[in-house]
Design a binder for this molecule. Sequence first.
Ligand code: MG
Length: 393
Amino acid sequence: MNTLPDALDTPGGLAPYAVTDAVSAGRRHPEPAPNYRGEYQRDRDRIIHAAAFRRLEYKTQVFVNHEGDLFRTRLTHSIEVAQIARSIARALHLNEDLTEAIALAHDLGHTPFGHAGQDALNECMQAWGGFEHNLQSLRVVDELEEKYADFLGLNLTFETREGILKHCSPGNARELGDVGERFLNKRQPSLEAQLTNLADEIAYNSHDVDDGLRAGLIEVAQLNEVSLFAEQYTEVRRRYPGLPQRRVIHEVVRRLINCQVVDLIETSNARLAEAAPATLDAVRDQSRPLIAFSDAMRERNLELKRFLRTRLYRHYRVHRMSAKARRVIRDLFLAFNDDPRLLPQEAQGHVRTLREQDGDAGQARAVADYIAGMTDRYAISEHHRVYNPGELT
Ligand code: MG
């Protein structure tokens, strides 16, 4: 059932409420339009060439990078989010390039060691405004990447930056200028931002099931207590009796993704048809997001999330890794903030710059920037170099 208007008169067959180059709020530093690409293709391309993007390959999603080559990393996670987001965007006649740019950038601000790393850095930064990976992703694309002669950061469009900033406290929103405003005025982000946010959830819920099973931390028998999983598992077993378990699991994970994507497209289609926003501005004025799961799917999603939280994220082996990770991050922060001369030259320069602007808070922020940018293995080797008397430098 397609309830979308047949006549899509915006460029590229997009819906009238899709984001297009023509309605973009532009870049912080004005630049001439690209010759052979759209504005959001250019954003996507800039993100792919960023140093922070390459480092995602060696950052933990749930499992520390060196635990095995088969697990998701932040990089493969981001690519999976982009794939899911593009499928949804195309089905809804929204801007695929924009969703891809947001998806590939959404985790750029993550510290090493996943959420354990971010929690530790946040604790270290309490006196200086805390640390939040979402804000840090924006900071990476706005300030920390040094690749262009004319400006700091990647100078991305407003719409990509808005999509990166999924959530934000009112205090932070007041300091962020244009991208912070919607949190204060209670307006909605673009549909492309809304759907990429949910594509992120679909991706990690599904691939954490896959990785958790592969790691032997959770079992099929336990997962069968979760209705979303059990339904697909029973169906696959019924249809393909005798299929080896590994293939059964792949088939189930594939179906898990698909049923969530289909639910999201159909529910959003119905909401779009009902609200009938004429423009992007009308999307922003809505009192609720128009991209959504059905109530039933949201409930089942929560059930799966609860399962993953108690059985996987709190599993003692994951917890051991998280505890070690927190220690590494805390130790590095204390050492570097106490004596910034321990930092490599380039990072010392960043500390000096931010210290001149903002005193102790600036120094701490620069140290947090340095630590947040590390890969898992770099953080571990820096920890050795800084704390182990047997290490040379
Ligand atoms: Mg993510």
